[in-house]
Design a protein around this ligand. Structure first.
Ligand SMILES: Nc1nc2c(ncn2[C@@H]2O[C@H](COP(=O)(O)OP(=O)(O)OP(=O)(O)O)[C@@H](O)[C@H]2O)c(=O)[nH]1
Length: 342
């Protein structure tokens, strides 16, 4: 089944996962063949080291395939690649050809971690490789003088090009990510009252863990049609904005508020009991009905009715919503400006 990628973050994780797996496949071919050839030839330790890296890279790829966020594992693999490149440079491989293989390895090292961490890797690798090549150490393969400068210059050029390209890609990624977040907020928010809309609530609900005892309150402004008819639509809008603000100011940050219909709000209060939540909605009702709106010098007070219900798991949500709706209907029937929780 094709995996649906919904956000730039998911796309970025997917990109890194594919890079790790591609490297594991490619690396398996090269590391295993060169590892075995070295073991059979006269480079026993090189063979052991290459086969050790082969096992490590395969283990990392298997792990990366099964986890969602691959940032940490990417940094870990880049550190392994750093060590492998330094080892090949020091060892020289077969007649100094080890240096050739450091180029794709350091390139992947940067592609995996992106430009910021990659810059640190670039600086560390450039300095360390130059010190090792030019330092005339006994343990480092003795590259011909004409090759030393070329290996170093080619390495630095490659790293600078990749860092620049990654920097440009990362800037585009950041811009796309910001636009995507802004669009997501717009799609999930009610334009008038700035609380969640239905879609936003449905989006936010599954992410919220349903703790024991969650309470629903359906809050519906009373006689809203006549308010609109008597004082105009703009006045009605102001009433809805004020009601949303009063609700927002009186609930916990973790609770959810959504505009459920024209003049109806749905409140989801987590980790509370029906009795306490009822007292809270009564308090909100009192604050709203005490708020005096002024329209062309006339003082106007508004009220709302509410139906409430509680539930303990996500499966009970629809049923609980129906119960709250029935209680809201009863509250309206009973004369409005009433909160019904039982
Ligand atoms: N100003 C304004 N009015 C809206 C908005 N959305 C819906 N309405 C109006 O809200 C009114 C709701 O009317 P009804 O469903 O009859 O309910 P009501 O008049 O509040 O009566 P009860 O709920 O029984 O108290 C309708 O006239 C809608 O046009 C909005 O965004 N702004």
């Amino acid at each position: 089944m094709v995996k649906v990628l919904n956000s730039p973050e998911q796309i970025e994780n997917h990109r890194k996962r594919l890079l790790i797996i591609t490297f594991a496949v490619l690396g398996s071919v090269f590391l295993s063949s060169f590892g075995i050839l070295s073991l059979l030839g006269d480079h026993f330790y090189l063979g052991v080291v290459l086969l050790f890296f082969l096992v490590t890279v395969i283990a990392i790829a298997v792990k990366a395939k099964n986890i969602e966020h691959v940032q940490r594992i990417s940094i870990f693999l880049s550190t392994i690649l750093f060590s492998l490149a330094i080892y090949l440079l020091v060892n020289g491989g077969n007649q100094g050809t080890g240096a050739y293989w450091t180029y794709p390895i350091v390139m992947l090292m940067i592609l995996l971690v992106g430009p910021k961490v990659g810059l640190a890797f670039t600086l560390a690798y450039s300095v360390l490789s130059a010190v090792l090549i030019f330092g005339n150490f006994e343990f480092v393969y003795n590259y011909p003088e004409v090759h030393k400068v070329r290996i170093s210059a080619a390495t630095v050029s490659l790293l600078v090009l990749i860092i620049a390209s990654e920097w440009i890609r990362f800037s585009s990624y950041s811009a796309i990510s910001a636009i995507s977040k802004a669009h997501q907020n717009l799609a999930n928010t009610d334009a008038l009252t700035k609380v969640l809309n239905r879609h936003g609530l449905q989006h936010a609900l599954p992410r919220k863990a349903f703790k024991q005892n969650t309470v629903i309150a359906l809050i519906d402004a009373d006689s809203f049609k006549s308010l609109n008819d008597n004082y105009g639509h703009d006045f009605g809008d102001q009433v809805l904005i004020t009601l949303a603000n009063i609700i927002r100011q009186n609930v916990k940050g973790a609770d959810l508020i959504a505009r459920w219909g024209g003049e109806e709000f749905l409140l989801i209060l987590f980790d509370t009991h029906l009795h306490d939540a009822e007292a809270l909605v009564e308090k909100i009702k009192y604050k709203f009905s005490s708020f005096t709106f002024i329209h062309k010098g006339e003082k106007i007070n508004c009220t709302f009715s509410a139906g409430m219900s509680n539930f303990e798991s996500a499966e009970e949500f629809e049923q609980s919503l129906k119960k709250a709706d029935e209680r809201l209907y009863k509250a309206k029937e009973a004369g409005r400006n009433i909160v019904l929780a039982t």
